[in-house]
Design a protein around this ligand. Structure first.
Ligand SMILES: NC(=O)c1ccc[n+]([C@@H]2O[C@H](COP(=O)([O-])OP(=O)(O)OC[C@H]3O[C@@H](n4cnc5c(N)ncnc54)[C@H](OP(=O)(O)O)[C@@H]3O)[C@@H](O)[C@H]2O)c1
Length: 337
């Protein structure tokens, strides 16, 4: 076993888009598992948009990361020493192990993985937090009905690409919005979205959406906010459901953005906009994972993963994801399985 544990810590609080110098690669010795603990050799770490919020010194639904602390993150690994009755050495596990090569855990919040359900890395994507976000956000908050029009922003990312496919499985017309022509081709040609457009090359979002949604919008799964959301709001139908999943267009803003005030549309259309956190559905994760694994097996759900190699490249992968370099789920491969 390597004696060195490479870790990525928060070095500085970013202003605007994070920079590589906001992070620091540090080395410490591999810790030892005490009674009740496991030592995990990390194989994959996740980079997620919520981490940008935790880099600010602001309390949100979770406390902020502290300077000098290892960046918190979901990760998949293998137990290399178990002093816990719950786990055996050799078990594959998913947990909040952070951006590091080795982690100690007391087992709380750690899930044993069944490699027969999907490759290990899917526990951080389609069969993990992003997949569950798509599943519960779309089905429980969005309540799509057969024949309805569902618009997804951030459609080619980890959450959006799954949410759109679940809407298709439920018989909806699905329109995706994403930031490159390659992403649009993937949504239309491989994921069977009915229509999609590149917001970076489309001058008038409203006109484009009006063309692609001739019957208006019944469900809007919003990952981004900002001007894309302003355009969708103008097209909602009576009784529409707006699923407020994320607002990534604002995560790097130094000053709050102001825009048109569109809540009146909710009044006129007797519509509902509802935010949610995937964690509120924790008691039902098993249900979501079972259904998603069945759809994967049946070929009804497709997913894409993008890998960067080496823990030292995690900040680059994170910044790249914030800038739209990923199609599907962005991961870092820390060690070979
Ligand atoms: N509510 C919850 O519990 C929950 C849980 C997980 C995630 N989320 C939210 O869900 C959203 C998607 O997360 P994810 O993990 O699936 O990430 P992701 O979509 O895989 O990656 C982020 C994507 O956001 C897009 N983006 C970046 N800046 C943008 C901007 N200014 N305007 C429009 N799009 C922009 C980029 O794609 P483009 O090339 O298309 O720009 C980028 O690829 C995020 O808002 C996240 O915070 C919420």
């Amino acid at each position: 076993m390597a004696q060195v544990n490479k870790q990525i810590t928060l070095a500085a609080r970013p202003s605007g888009m994070p920079k590589p110098s906001d992070f620091k690669l540090v080395e410490s010795s591999v810790p030892e598992a005490k009674a009740g603990e496991i030592l995990v050799r990390v194989l994959y770490v996740s980079v997620d948009p919520y981490m940008r919020g935790r880099m600010n010194d602001v309390k949100s639904y979770a406390p902020p990361a502290q300077i000098g602390e290892v960046m918190g993150a979901g990760a998949v690994g293998q137990v290399v020493n178990s002093q816990s009755a719950q786990f055996e050495t050799g078990d594959f596990v998913e947990g909040f192990f952070g951006w590091q090569e080795y982690a100690i855990s007391d087992g709380k919040g750690v899930r044993k993985l069944d490699p027969s359900l999907g490759s290990l890395s899917t526990a951080l994507g389609v069969l993990g937090m992003p997949g569950l976000t798509a599943y519960f956000g779309l089905l429980d908050i969005g309540k799509p009905q057969r024949g309805e029009t569902v618009v997804i922003s951030g459609a080619a990312g980890a959450v959006g690409s799954i949410a759109g496919q679940i809407a298709k499985i439920n018989g909806c017309r699905v329109v995706g919005i994403a930031g490159s022509d390659q992403k649009i081709a993937w949504l239309r040609d491989e994921l069977s979205f009915d229509a999609a457009f590149n917001y970076k090359t489309t001058p008038d979002y409203y006109a484009k959406l009006e063309e692609l949604c001739p019957n208006g919008v019944d469900v809007y799964f919003d990952n981004v906010g900002g001007t894309i959301t302003d355009a969708v709001f103008r097209l909602i139908n009576i009784g529409a459901r707006i699923v407020v999943c994320g607002q990534i267009a604002q995560y790097n803003d130094e000053k709050p953005e102001t825009g048109p005030r569109l809540l009146w549309r909710l009044v006129v259309k007797q519509a509902r906009a509802e935010g949610f956190l995937v964690f509120q559905f924790a008691p039902r994760y098993a249900e979501g994972l079972k259904q998603m694994a069945a759809w994967l097996k049946a070929g009804k759900l497709k997913y894409r993963e993008q890998f960067v190699d080496g823990i030292e490249n995690t900040p680059r992968a994170f910044i790249g994801m914030l800038q739209g370099e990923n199609t599907g789920k962005q991961l870092v491969r820390v060690a070979k399985e």
